[in-house]
Design a binder for this molecule. Sequence first.
Ligand code: ATP
Ligand code: MG
Length: 353
Amino acid sequence: MKTYRIAVIAGDGIGPEVVKEGMRVLKHAARQDGSFDFSFCEFPWGCDYYLKNGRMMPEDGMERLAGFDAILLGAVGDPRVPDHISLWDLLLKIRKGFDQYVNLRPVRLLKGAPCPLKGVEPGQIDMLFIRENSEGEYAGSGSWLFRDTPREVVLQNGVFSRHGCERIIRYAFETARERKQSLTSISKANALNYSMVFWDQIFGEVGREYPDVPTESLLVDAASMLMVKHPERFQVVVTSNLFGDILTDLGAAITGGMGIAAGANLNPERKYPSMFEPIHGSAPDIAGKGIANPLATAWTAGQMLSFLGYPQWEERIVNAIERVMEEGRVLTPDMGGRATTRQVGDALLACLA
Ligand code: ATP
Ligand code: MG
């Protein structure tokens, strides 16, 4: 039997509450399956750690994570710590340091999920967002000139390397080919006249190697409108770091909310551990109340199982999530229910039996 070693960074706010349920789902799947198991190692890193130690994780944090088979992360962020510090000193450090250049985010309307769009049925929204996760607008490059003077100027650079664009676009084409689906590229070449022109050019070049994959190229503004008006026309989608971040929050909103939106940060070559985290943040407004929705983290745990070689378990978890939502008796307040995080976790495990 294979035992996977999982590093767990529960993080801040609702992170620990939802991660607990994610770990239960993984353990439950292991028990049911019998061919694999998990051992968890928890790291108390995040904003509390920062407030005590002046950093989000210890200096040797990356080395300590490097040997694990995967990382499960809750959320980071705390009103007492500037967001750019918590993001850069932990989340982006791990994504970049372990070259997790693929951010895989399903935007899929499950059965029973509350959908704010009229007349849309489950099955009609089934997108897979592939967000560039290592460079682009999140490259961290820029300058702050003449600070605190009337001439103050701030520059924030996007970094789009040929290597970086090619590998994410190729990953997206491979995914679309495997799923026998179309691939939509979302950019903004009319306004971003260097980076996005380059992105579109590479999308065209790589696309020539995949004549069997139908493609479409959209501007991000038009894509935002179409995701709401005609979500059924999207299948596999590839886009830049910032656009992917924004559009997947929109995607979450049309498929049941932040409480159910899952995400995986993958290093497809498996040279480094990949990291699995719900796309929501630490949600300080509801932290500590025991009412955070654990379904996003449960789905994220499913993505981990899929990446480790057990895609049937992601499907089983998704089916269990659908049953919990369809029954509608045990749901957290964000989905209109009155149940606690633990009660939804219990209901989910019961459906996974
Ligand atoms: P970030 O800055 O990392 O995006 P955030 O905490 O500011 O994080 P989100 O996590 O994106 O914001 O969530 C916005 C709001 O959605 C939260 O304040 C909360 O009310 C709600 N929310 C997010 N996740 C959940 C969840 N798992 N269960 C219930 N409500 C949630
Ligand atoms: Mg957010």
